[in-house]
Ligand binder design. Structure first.
Ligand code: 3MF
Ligand code: MG
Ligand code: MG
Length: 345
């Protein structure tokens, strides 16, 4: 099995956090594109305004022209666009959530901007629109009507599906941050939303490891749930040390066994057979000097490939025998030995 890897340009960043300004100077977009190939990545994940800066106020013709120019730039680098995501959370009109805002004009803006993102996706040659529902939730429960909000979300997705008969929508769930509580915290929530739309076949999910961990859930079981329903259309592999701020650590850097199980469920279920990418959503540590600030990408990819090898060489017969005897202690020890590359004396 060969894997196609992707990441978003935001994964190469200047190191600012809520408590401190940037610590590294910026790489230009061209420099970032050059890094993709060097590190063995083929897919680029985009926000709408990565492709069309200052998108508000630009005409349809301008948006399409700029998207076409970006596509040519990707072609020159031998890269493809994997996904497009409307960056609604960064806009003053999305301050209280776009699709679920109490304000009808803000809801309309969110839908219009999503349609514009679909135009960009079409021009860039991808049918995958990602909705990270960042601010679709509340800081205090009384601020919005949770049942009405679900209907607003379904209505918004329906309008996107109607707008382009070829577009597919990937919902990226996250339980909290930036909001106190999000309305679509898990893949189960995301998929029940999918089945409530006018075309469930075109609505699926993107699962980020860290978001599952923040919900107190295991990423491999969440992935298994979506895979069973043929709804896992992209992933944001990364890692997270418990229930704290969203860390986006390098894949496997916190819990190697949890990472092994994610690779296992992906490989066992033939993830990638329809061209799905192994996507990363990782942030390098703030301490890294600029010239070595790509290591988190390199390390995550290497860890994935090494774990894929561990999945390939994992002894299924042994597993079957342990399971049959219900010797889960034996199975546990075998998995640890296998991951550590040694056998127990
Ligand atoms: C959230 C996402 C992205 C964010 C990105 C930048 C598609 O987990 O994956 O949305 O924009 O993380 O902060
Ligand atoms: Mg994250
Ligand atoms: Mg993500």
């Amino acid at each position: 099995m060969t894997f196609r890897f992707s990441f978003g340009p935001w994964n190469i960043h200047e190191g600012s956090d809520p408590f401190g300004a940037p610590v590294r100077s910026s790489y230009s977009f061209q420099q970032k594109l050059a890094v993709y190939r060097e590190l063995g990545f083929e897919g680029v994940q985009f926000h709408d305004d990565d492709v069309v800066p200052d998108i508000d106020g630009k005409s349809h013709a301008e948006v399409v022209k700029e998207a076409a120019a970006m596509r040519r730039m990707l072609d020159e680098h031998g890269l493809v666009a994997e996904i497009l995501a409307p960056r609604l959370w960064d806009n003053s009109k999305g301050i209280d959530g776009g699709y679920t805002s109490n304000n009808a004009q803000e809801r309309a803006y969110a839908i219009d901007r999503s349609k514009q993102t679909i135009d960009i996706a079409r021009e860039m040659g991808t049918d995958r629109l990602v909705l990270w529902l960042a601010r679709e939730g509340t800081y205090i429960r009384e601020a919005k009507n949770p049942a009405a909000s679900v209907h607003y979300l379904i209505d918004a997705i329906n309008q996107m599906l109607e707008y382009d008969p070829a577009i597919r929508i990937l919902i990226e769930p996250k339980p909290n941050e930036p909001m106190d509580h999000a309305y679509i915290p898990t893949i189960g929530h995301a998929l029940s939303l999918a089945y409530s739309t006018i075309d469930p076949n075109r609505v699926g999910g993107l699962i980020e490891s860290a978001h599952c961990i923040l919900a107190g859930l295991d990423p491999s079981d969440e992935m298994g749930y979506a895979l069973a329903l043929n709804k896992l259309w992209s992933v944001h592999l990364n890692d997270q040390n418990g229930l704290k701020y969203d860390q986006d650590k390098a894949f496997g850097s916190d819990n190697l066994r949890r990472a092994f199980n994610q690779v296992r469920v992906l490989v066992d279920n033939d993830y990638g057979k329809n061209g799905e990418f192994i996507g990363l959503d990782v942030k390098v540590m703030r301490t890294q000097p600029q010239e070595i600030s790509f290591k988190h990408l390199e390390n995550s990819k290497k860890t994935f490939l090494r774990l894929a090898d561990k999945v390939r060489t994992y002894d299924r017969e042994k597993e079957r025998a342990f399971v049959e005897a219900r010797d889960y202690e034996g199975l546990d020890a075998y998995v640890l030995d296998h991951l550590m590359g040694e056998s127990r004396r």
